[in-house]
Design a protein around this ligand. Structure first.
Ligand SMILES: Cc1cc2nc3c(=O)[nH]c(=O)nc-3n(C[C@H](O)[C@H](O)[C@H](O)COP(=O)(O)OP(=O)(O)OC[C@H]3O[C@@H](n4cnc5c(N)ncnc54)[C@H](O)[C@@H]3O)c2cc1C
Ligand code: FES
Length: 366
């Protein structure tokens, strides 16, 4: 099979890239870490420059990589495949305290599939061998071909802590008409099935060398990577600063793992605060059902975050979930005097976002 040499500057590292393989995939599998987030041409995080050689831009979205940028020699390594030996220059801002785990393929057996909230399932898999990952990273699942539709890849964040290296948990929200969720996780997938996965991917990780107050904001299943971070921070004593988790749902029925987070808050009162936020239920609704209204906050995660803090100076932000929520929370944090460099984000872009062109004007570098 034909392969090309990709040289990554300023590292001067060389990797072999098979014909048809993306440059990002070749790098991540060979332990050369390049910045990336969505891995499907939508978020623009991986944007780099071709210094020499030819690439095929593949499925890079028209907004994440505009025509004039292509003319200037820019590329998205997550979509681009080499057409010759190439030299690229990437903006590699490595945090030395974060370990790099090369991407590998695994076979996973489904051991649990349960409904945990409205339109939300917990998927637990057992891998064929141990995996190393940082709290906050994700895996790619191969959704098998079915009903005449081809196999596709879908990405879900790991919700369990890195200390557990074989049995991994995921939280999946059903998207109507979605290949990976509606058709598969909420359709044909069953306990005992074997599935192909690869990983770990992503730069949305808990920065364990930091000790600032970590403000974690998750909408829906955006709570998944934040749960991994909270568990890792508290149970493995991996983070020196306090953490506050804002987990948003429309009503109590959309929230999950409330008991887990309440228990952690009780066990670590000086280190962890849990703020479950209800955007479509009021304190009166909660009281009327016999539940304690003081146990919840009311409004979107962004509303509650804004009310809770006069300023966020000195904190570190971690935002995750639907792109609109992430963008709103980002603006709120910046309005509370947190700088973009202090905010980490993971946008749950899906195929519709990709088809719509992806990120248009990123407020901050991802
Ligand atoms: C880094 C990352 C981590 C993520 N982690 C999680 C997680 O932990 N939990 C979670 O629930 N989700 C997560 N997501 C989102 C997840 O990857 C999927 O996008 C989501 O689960 C929907 O997948 P699906 O296959 O069901 O839907 P898709 O098949 O992607 O479809 C989504 C929607 O787009 C429509 N659509 C499909 N194709 C097109 C097209 N060509 N044009 C227009 N519309 C189209 C569909 O009808 C549907 O309404 C994450 C995303 C990213 C990028
Ligand atoms: S990682 Fe390449 S565009 Fe998102």
């Amino acid at each position: 099979m034909t392969s090309y040499t990709v040289t990554v500057e300023p590292l001067g590292r060389e990797v072999e890239c098979a014909e048809g393989q993306t440059i990002l995939d070749a790098c991540l599998r060979n332990g050369v870490w390049l910045p990336h987030s969505c891995t499907h041409g939508t978020c623009a995080t991986c944007k780099a420059e071709v210094l020499d050689g030819d690439v095929d831009h593949g499925a890079s979205s028209a907004f994440a990589l505009m025509d004039f940028e292509r003319d200037e020699g820019k590329l998205l390594p997550c979509c681009a495949t080499p057409r010759s030996d190439v030299v690229i220059e990437a903006d590699i801002d490595v945090d030395e305290s974060i370990e790099v785990f090369p991407v590998q393929d695994y076979t996973a057996t489904v051991v649990e599939l349960s409904d945990i909230a409205e339109q939300t399932r917990r998927l637990v898999v057992e891998l064929d061998r141990d995996i190393g990952f940082n709290a906050g990273q994700y895996l790619k699942f191969t959704v098998p071909a079915a009903d005449g539709k081809p196999s596709v890849d879908r990405t879900w964040s790991i919700g369990s802590a890195p200390g557990e290296s074989r049995r991994l948990e995921f939280h999946v929200r059903r998207v109507p008409g979605g290949r990976g969720t509606d058709d598969w996780v909420f359709g044909s997938l069953a306990v005992g099935d074997q599935v192909a996965v690869s990983g770990p991917y992503g730069r949305f990780v808990l920065h364990t060398a930091d000790d600032r107050h970590a403000i974690l904001v998750g909408g829906g299943t955006g709570t998944a990577p934040l749960k991994s971070m909270v568990l890792h921070a508290l149970e493995a004593d991996a983070y020196a600063g306090p953490l506050t988790l804002y987990a948003g749902g429309r009503t109590r029925a959309w929230l999950y793992d409330v008991d887990v987070f309440r228990r952690l808050a009780k066990e670590h009162p000086d280190r962890f605060t849990y703020r479950p936020c209800l955007s479509e239920e009021t304190a009166d609704d909660v009281a009327a059902s016999g539940d304690d209204p003081a146990a919840y906050a009311y409004g979107t995660v962004t509303d509650v975050l804004a009310e809770d803090h006069e300023t966020l100076t000195g904190c570190a932000g971690y935002l995750c979930g639907p792109p609109a929520m992430v963008e709103a929370a980002l603006r709120t944090m910046m309005g509370k005097r947190l700088f973009p460099r202090d905010i980490h984000r993971e946008d749950f872009f899906n195929e519709a976002d990709k088809a719509a062109g992806g990120v248009k004007s990123p407020l901050i570098k991802r």
